[in-house]
Design a protein around this ligand. Sequence first.
Ligand SMILES: Cc1cc2nc3c(=O)[nH]c(=O)nc-3n(C[C@H](O)[C@H](O)[C@H](O)COP(=O)(O)OP(=O)(O)OC[C@H]3O[C@@H](n4cnc5c(N)ncnc54)[C@H](O)[C@@H]3O)c2cc1C
Length: 389
Amino acid sequence: MKKIVILGAGYAGLMAANRLAKLSRNYQIQLINESENFIERIRNHEYSAGKELRTNKIRDLISKRVIFTQAKVECLDAKNQTISIANQNKKITYDYLIYALGSTANTKSESSYSVNTLWKADELKQVIQAKKAGSLWILGAGLTGIELATELKESYPEWKIGLLDQKPFAKNFSLKARNYFLETFYKMQIDLLENMEYRIQENGIYLNKTKTLLEADLFVQTFGFQCSDLGRRSDLQVNEKNQILVEPSLRALEFSNIFVAGDSAFVEGSSIRMGCVTAMPMGVHAAEMIHRCANDREVQDFSFGFAGRCISLGRKSGVIQLTNSLDEPQPRMIGGKLAAFIKELVCKYTVFSIRLERSFPFRTYFWPKEKILKEQDFSLNSGKLTSLS
Ligand SMILES: Cc1cc2nc3c(=O)[nH]c(=O)nc-3n(C[C@H](O)[C@H](O)[C@H](O)COP(=O)(O)OP(=O)(O)OC[C@H]3O[C@@H](n4cnc5c(N)ncnc54)[C@H](O)[C@@H]3O)c2cc1C
């Protein structure tokens, strides 16, 4: 009986656990997560805006064959294949490991809020509701920034909401989508400042270009997802965001029995970005690759093709930006109520897919498979990535 431990019960970890449970009866599968509930992180901005979220207990989302342990992972000793749990002397050993601990907030300043974790999203909700009205600037006008600004303005119209970015706004969208966002901001009275270098001060945000101070009661930072330093502390190779460097098969460099899925994984030169859209298929792929390893079969590269990006603009509108398989924007987009409906469907589909994968004895989760490596091809050579070109 092989023991497989999965760290993290987010989008990647849950999919991995449910897929593994149906691949063989010869696996003992243990899933470890710090909370007993599955956090739908993609709805954190809705939570900050006052929406009640449905609670999903992890135990109800996983196969009965998976042992669930509610605990905080403190240490991973990759060489000795053991995991230490916070406040317990107990060590957990494994034959194979799936590392799926996701990402967290990396706030630039102590005074910044965030919606990256549910705890931070709750902190923001409490402060907004306690203050009643004021001005709030969102630092970072990417996907999360856009969704948060519109969601907050819809729920708290008495608040002045602004978006501030050091880079050009929506540069990774079609012109049509960019114009749709700008029109929405105009209608909702959301301010946008782009291409603006700034620094956070106690009494506001200092804009370097105009040498002016932007007064703000609250700042929310939405850029800079960062992973925990657990990988770094465990002799795994990591990048500057603490993402673990993996081969295209999602296997950690130098540790053939560790696979990494979701936000924690970094495949050099690939189109993969942090998102539940990639975390779920990565979780399934990691499970399938462990099954191959356990049966002395060669691992395969992870493949995934993007189709579009879904952005909510409050509860009643949205934008679906169609993309090619490498996530590059195409001229076409869908806007308005239809886009809001599609986005909600996509959010519901994530939890539905996890339940579906748990409920049936056959594979239920599939995704478009395309090459993920962008500019170069990589091949495995002595456990390291080597560029062929
Ligand atoms: C506001 C917001 C909106 C978003 N919208 C979208 C979207 O529309 N589309 C999209 O694709 N992506 C979106 N994302 C990104 C998406 O939420 C993440 O990419 C996704 O959650 C990553 O999944 P994961 O399984 O890797 O990690 P997570 O979902 O973060 O799960 C990791 C799990 O590990 C647990 N954990 C962490 N550390 C420990 C520890 N030491 N011990 C025990 N347990 C631990 C965590 O509690 C968590 O349960 C959004 C994110 C935010 C914040």
